[in-house]
Design a protein around this ligand. Sequence first.
Ligand SMILES: [Zn+2]
Length: 441
Amino acid sequence: MSTTTWLPDLIYVNGRFESDRAIVCDDGKIQEITKRDDGIRLKNRALLPGLVNAHSHAFQRIIRGRTEHRSQHTTDSFWTWREQMYAAANRLGPEEIYNASRLAFLEMALTGITAVGEFHYIHHAPDGSTYDDPNLLAREVIRAAHDVGIRIALLRVAYARAGFEKEPNPQQIRFIEQSPDTYLKHLEQLLDAPELKTGMAWAGVAPHSVRAVPLDYLKTIVTFANERGLPVHMHVAEQPAEVSACIEEYGRSPVALLDTEGLLSKRFTAVHAIHVTPKAIASLARAGAVVCGCPTTERNLGDGVVPVDAYFDAGVRVALGSDSQIQIDLLEDARELEYHLRLQKTARNVLAPVNDDSSSALARRLFDCATVRGAESIGFNGGKLEPGAPADFFTVDLDDPSIAGAATEDLLANIVFSLARTAIRDVVVAGKQIVSHGLHG
Ligand SMILES: [Zn+2]
């Protein structure tokens, strides 16, 4: 197996940029980061670990710009947006799902994202019938990621009902698998698919929400995931209405329900987790669960602000997702975690660690959310540059106007707070270059 050596000006290792270092890759992994002068020279480039997008609905890329106007409702909200999104979802066949996903994944690759957690819930044909292969659409999404060249965790969604005491919603017939047995049978078929044996794709369990999956069903599939060591992702407390419906049904908030039923764990990622109490935050911390914030989507949908300051204080790990794809720019998500809190609290550097006043301390925390925390959330050993880790990384142009003139010690803060997406030049996944000079292919 031939090794490839890359020689950028700077490499981000152990939380800081080092010069005079080469990154040596072999068999899709990083072999060493060392002093070497032979290899592929990446002039005026800084090299960083690939970004990990922990929460995506790839097909929603096609409604970008199509929901930014008043609908027929007096007031627009998450729920009126959802009707528009369903209308689009219900018109997509397998080929369209592939094309929409490929478009989203291509944009992700160009922005330095090397792995994605795809929260996939369209399973059936538009009339609600199951395809001959019940994972046809999931496999089309995996094929799109494969053709672009990024890694994918296919988080296969369980969806059983419209909600507590709600009539079935005909717009959801493509998502529904009525029983946990059907869901698990289909999941096991997916786990056996050849494309999941390559290291580039794997599966996880994704109960959609407490609204869409009743408790017994939820317990059955989370138990299965825990026995197999699979990641578990779930939308939690995105909207106040979801919290009040859960209290009405179970007498407990979503996080309290998950906690008291023993469903939280280190493998559990609570997506959004916005409308939570201090007690809920403490429960997530105790369980070692991850929270995935999606701030570009959350501000677009009017969801609210993720209380990341409280999560950090409690020691909860926070990952990031591009979710609705209104923007695909994980560094924008990273800076918005902080910016939303600045607006809410009329203060600055809210998320900066207390005992570290170095100029990139806050940026380091936010960059960890976009890399290593995302990798932990979707269940792989990525998001960092060290021997044995996957050879997944991207470079930025140090001469780009958005970061030109940055001193080495301020460079990460320049990248996290100011980098233009177009400054991303090279992207490598599993040692294979998929973006060169800002172009894919
Ligand atoms: Zn989502």
